[in-house]
Design a protein. Structure first.
Length: 536
């Protein structure tokens, strides 16, 4: 689609439904919950039908789907199992881009002409992926102007895809119809595509201002959006109009920005190659930073002792950090060296190359005059990136404050690779301070239990203590199980997300001090008291 100010390249996006579940060895008709850090990261179709959803706490998801099997989330496994599917698409086009395991994208100009149109090309992609799947699953394909519109077109939605079959479905958005197709989608969908904290903040502000859909955002004047919300708002506005986010600034980098290493003797182990990839990622990041650039698409290439060459491209709209480059290199190397025997290299790797295939101008950072980021901070960040590349992205985490009423909601851990540890803005995100009606007063408890245990709280006559609908406690607590209560405070009632029946929670908390000098935080939910935390 061409306009007077920009363009959007015709793009196909294909995704395998519930890919993390399939990569873990389960079928979609099995109730499965993929869990990381006590949160659900993916669910099977059977679990979703029971009410489980991504983002729920593990206990809440198990309450909705008691028969579900819990499986630890593992992005490296997802990428390794997906590599044969990406390799199968090389027969359709050699220009495959991976944004995440389970999803691929490529420009359709040449392949579409060869296969007889966008619809025929989409059906061919479904056929190829369905034949390469490790177990039966549905393949969703979207074709549209721009990667963002195609990605949304590949999502299951109603009405169903017009070209649907037993193994997959294809939705083709006609040329020039991207903006109309995007109009009913929420602004948060565009923020998720950019994958930057600033974009999510802008999307949240827009929603609070009443601009909840991409159509409403697209109706605004570009200059007004840029002046009020800055570059991040302008990128969201471009996506809302069906335009590529960076067609004017993204460019092919100079060849000398690529980094590579010759390996003698040849290396056959993934961990040894990953260690070399970490050093290359640091070198690449330094070269790009020197020129004020950020990498949007990365090419990972290896050559073996027998002359075999493998190359794969990974893309990230938010820009790849040094840790992100090392992480994707590790995923790809694991997929090549530990994949199916027929696809593995027949000899050790003698050359590893990281090539920034597409770059854009870096946004930069404004350092504080007094204090702020230093070389020590940068050194610590690089050390964490090296450890994360060796042990896995989820092995190194940092604390992050979050908004919430309970202690478990206020502090959480996030992968170090997903946060700029030198920035207080990320580790102390906006909104963490409140207001949060019903939030516990300081001090915060020292120990918060991941799985609170049920307890019995009784009054002096041995009757259960409860909190009524007005937030009043029925009687002073006297005993916690077999322990004598000598002091208490509360209750602090909290009626959370009352507007959302699926996520609504009503709780009341009290603090108790026992005769042995210990202090605890108790939470009442659905008629049962739970030992939520302990004070130091």
């Amino acid at each position: 689609m061409a306009t007077g100010e920009s363009w959007a390249e015709r793009t196909l996006v294909a995704r395998v439904a519930d890919w993390p579940v399939l990569a873990a060895g389960h079928d979609s008709d099995e109730p499965v919950l993929m869990v990381h850090a006590n949160r659900v990261t993916a669910v099977s179709a059977a679990a979703r039908a029971s009410g489980a959803a991504v983002g729920l706490r593990r206990r809440e998801a198990q309450r909705r789907c008691p028969d579900a099997v819990l499986v630890a989330s593992d992005p490296a496994r997802d990428a390794r199992v997906f590599e044969p599917l990406a390799a199968a698409l090389d027969s359709v086009t050699p220009r495959i881009n991976l944004s995440r395991p389970g999803q691929v994208a490529f420009a359709t100009l040449g392949p579409s002409r060869y296969h007889g149109g966008d619809a025929a090309l989409g059906e061919r992609v479904v056929e190829v992926l369905a034949a390469a799947l490790p177990r039966p699953a549905v393949v969703w394909v979207g074709v549209a102007d721009g990667a963002f519109t195609a990605a949304l077109a590949s999502r299951p939605s109603r009405p169903e895809h017009p070209l649907a079959g037993p193994t997959g479905a294809v939705r083709v958005v006609a040329v020039g119809e991207a903006a109309a197709f995007l109009a009913p989608w929420p602004v948060s969908a565009a923020a998720a595509h950019l994958a930057t904290p600033a974009g999510e903040e802008v999307a949240d502000v827009l929603a609070r201002l009443g601009l909840r859909t991409l159509g409403a955002l697209a109706d605004l004047a570009p200059g007004d959006v840029l002046g009020r919300f800055g570059p991040d708002g302008a990128l969201l506005h471009r996506l809302a109009r069906g335009l590529d986010p960076r067609p004017l600034s993204a460019r092919r980098p100079a060849p000398e920005l690529a980094v590579e290493v010759e390996l003698d003797p040849p290396v056959e182990r993934v961990d040894a190659l990953a260690f070399r990839a970490v050093a290359l990622a640091d070198d690449l990041h330094s070269r790009l930073a020197r020129d004020g650039l950020a990498c949007l698409r990365l090419g990972i290439e290896v050559e073996t002792e027998h002359g075999e060459q493998r190359r794969r491209s990974w893309r990230h709209e938010g820009g790849l950090s040094a840790a992100g480059v090392a992480e994707r290199a590790r995923w790809q190397l694991d997929g090549w060296l530990n994949g199916p025997a027929v696809d593995r290299p027949t000899a050790g790797v003698t050359r590893l190359r990281l090539d920034p295939e597409e770059v854009t101008a870096a946004r930069g950072r404004q350092l504080g005059f007094w204090g702020g980021e230093t070389r020590i901070d940068e050194g610590a960040a690089r050390a964490l990136a090296r450890v994360a590349a060796l042990l896995g992205t989820d092995a190194v985490t940092v604390p992050e404050l979050g908004g919430g009423r309970g202690p478990a909601d206020r502090v959480r851990t996030v992968p170090a690779a997903a946060a700029d540890i030198t920035s207080d803005r990320v580790l102390h995100p906006p909104g963490a301070a409140g207001p949060w009606p019903g939030r516990l007063p300081p001090p915060s408890p020292a120990l918060v239990f991941a799985d609170p245990a049920p307890v019995q709280l009784a009054d002096g006559d041995g009757r259960p203590v409860v909190v009524d609908g007005r937030g009043h406690i029925t009687a002073p607590p006297a005993r916690l199980g077999h322990h004598l209560v000598v002091g208490w405070a509360g209750p602090w009632p909290a009626d959370e997300r009352w507007w959302d029946p699926d996520r609504a929670r009503r709780r009341a908390r009290v603090q108790v001090v026992l005769a042995d000098g210990t202090a605890h935080l108790l939470a009442l939910e659905q008629g049962t008291w739970y030992l939520e935390a302990t004070y130091d």
